[in-house]
Design a protein around this ligand. Structure first.
Ligand SMILES: [Zn+2]
Length: 511
């Protein structure tokens, strides 16, 4: 085994998204979770590398390109930028964006294939089976629902061809041993049990090549065979960081800390992928964070069912239901515990926006800025070391840190919002707006400003734009993203003496 990443690095990935469709809510969900997690790790001072990208090869793409009257390359070049553009609009802070049609990827994939071939785990054989073109996946009879693909609910094809196979069947015991030594590698825990159960059923070899289409990466030792889906797609996680090209860069990042994946691709990521890596002499991932599906009307979003939600519509503030980038990011992160299925509804989106953002956070900033403007000449007083809010802040910080460490953004935000609620309650109990200017008002407002300062840092992974606005309005300089946890969220960091600005409402209420 090679490679062990330095403890101060943090590497996380999203799946690469297949370019047969435009970016939708499901893509945005995993990508926003990954982004927020990486932003949190940056606050911890980690050297973060966040990777996303697009999966651009395969029969389905070749067919889609044919249907559009385009060459495959031209077709994928027209779709991939839609993803990069969507992520920019959603403030996704990815450090890299890999496309599987890039040279660096082809070189790395061929390197990986050769390593597994040299270890004797890739062999030529005849494949006979049931194949769903839409999934680009083979099924066994038991997987089918009324004879149809369980995901697309359409008929599968009987296929027979000469393929190279990866001998996954040799890896059952090695995978079980590895997982026994790495409890907690998969979160949430019940997904680990699912993976172990799947391995214990006995593993089948899987096909890794095709001769029936040409849009893909040829096998290095037999170029009439094109690499079929998994060796091409999964390999992006290593090819993007230099595998096969730059060993030093690769070993500084690998093993990945978390692959963020949806529950539907767990088998490929948690069984096939570590076996492929072991075969090539590469250490398996440190972790996988498995999310549920964000359903729409109880169904998985798909072109076939016609329930596709475009996240870019929801952030358009000129629309009645547009909630801005942070409103959307917050909903996605806060509304569904990561790992469980969520159900996207417009009512839910607006409800979260009004309760947590407009009424809690927006209202807190507005109250504080108004009172400081009226009673403190617009200059923020310093907090008290023995403030009644200090304990609430300490427990919010501890809980927020623990929940991000568990990859539970919804619970981390709940912990952060406890401090917002405690601060609003503190203001209501003390009613500084009714008091004459003086020590009482200064004490209360200094404490509230300090709570807002801490909230801005803790909430910044989820709502980066808003966190910076709060930071600026309470008179702090620099970028909130450059703060460090835990040092900068210790009680007492607000200096006092800075100008506090009221500004427009952070989150105008939606009806
Ligand atoms: Zn299918």
């Amino acid at each position: 085994m090679v490679a062990a990443n330095a403890s101060n690095s943090f590497y996380a990935t999203t799946p690469i998204y297949y370019v047969n469709a435009k970016p939708h809510l499901g893509h945005a969900y995993t990508t926003i979770v990954g982004d927020a997690l990486c932003r949190w790790q940056r606050l911890l001072g980690k050297d973060v590398h966040f990777l996303t990208g697009t999966d651009e090869h395969g029969l389905k793409i070749q067919q889609a390109a044919d249907a559009a009257g385009m060459a495959p390359r031209e077709f994928v070049d027209s779709i991939a930028p839609l993803f990069a553009d969507a992520w920019r609009k959603l403030d996704i802070s990815n450090d890299d964006f890999i496309r599987t049609t890039e040279d660096r990827h082809r070189i790395g994939v061929q390197h990986l294939l050769q390593a597994c071939y040299d270890s004797g785990d890739i062999e030529l054989d005849t494949y006979r089976g049931l194949y769903c073109v839409a999934c680009e996946a083979y099924y066994v009879e038991d997987d089918l629902v009324s004879g149809n693909c369980p995901i697309h609910k359409r008929p599968v094809e009987h296929v027979e061809e000469e393929n190279y196979f990866f001998r996954l069947s040799r890896y059952g015991d090695r995978l079980l041993d590895w997982y026994a030594k790495h409890p907690g590698a998969i979160v949430p825990e019940h997904r680990m049990n699912e993976v172990i159960g799947f391995i214990k059923q006995g593993l089948l070899d899987f096909s890794i090549s095709r001769t029936s289409f040409s849009w893909g990466i040829p096998l290095p030792w037999d170029s009439k065979h094109i690499t079929y889906v998994w060796f091409d797609a999964l390999a992006n996680y290593i090819t993007a960081i230099g595998y096969g090209v730059d060993d030093a860069a690769f070993s500084s990042r690998w093993p990945v800390d978390y692959h963020l994946i949806g529950k539907d691709i767990i088998r490929f990521h948690c069984v096939y992928w570590p076996a492929m890596l072991m075969s090539a002499g590469i250490e398996p991932p440190h972790g996988w964070a498995v999310g549920g599906w964000l359903l729409v009307g109880g169904e998985k979003m798909s072109k076939t069912t016609g329930n596709v939600v475009n996240p870019l519509d929801l952030i358009d503030e000129s629309r009645e239901d547009g909630v801005g980038v942070d409103g959307f990011r917050y909903y996605v992160l806060a509304d569904t515990p990561y790992g469980a299925d969520g159900d996207f509804t417009y009512e839910g989106l607006i409800g979260r926006y009004n309760s947590d953002l407009a009424n809690n956070l927006g209202n807190l900033l507005s109250r504080v800025a108004t009172v400081v403007g009226k009673k403190c000449d617009g200059v923020g007083p310093a907090p008290r070391a023995d403030s009644p809010l200090a304990d609430a802040a300490r427990s919010a910080v501890a809980e927020t840190m623990a929940r991000w460490a568990d990859v539970q953004p919804s619970r981390a935000l709940e912990a952060t919002w406890q401090l917002i609620r405690a601060t609003n309650a503190y203001l209501e109990a003390n009613e500084p707006w009714k008091a004459e200017p003086g020590a009482h008002v200064d004490n209360v407002m200094g404490d509230a400003l300090e709570a807002l300062r801490i909230v801005a840092i803790l909430a910044s992974p989820a709502i980066p734009r808003t966190a910076q606005i709060v930071w600026d309005r309470i008179g702090l300089s620099g970028s909130v993203a450059d703060r460090r946890v835990p040092d900068d969220v210790a009680w007492g960091g607000y200096p006092g003496g800075t100008t506090v600005v009221k500004g427009d409402p952070l989150f105008p209420r939606k009806s």
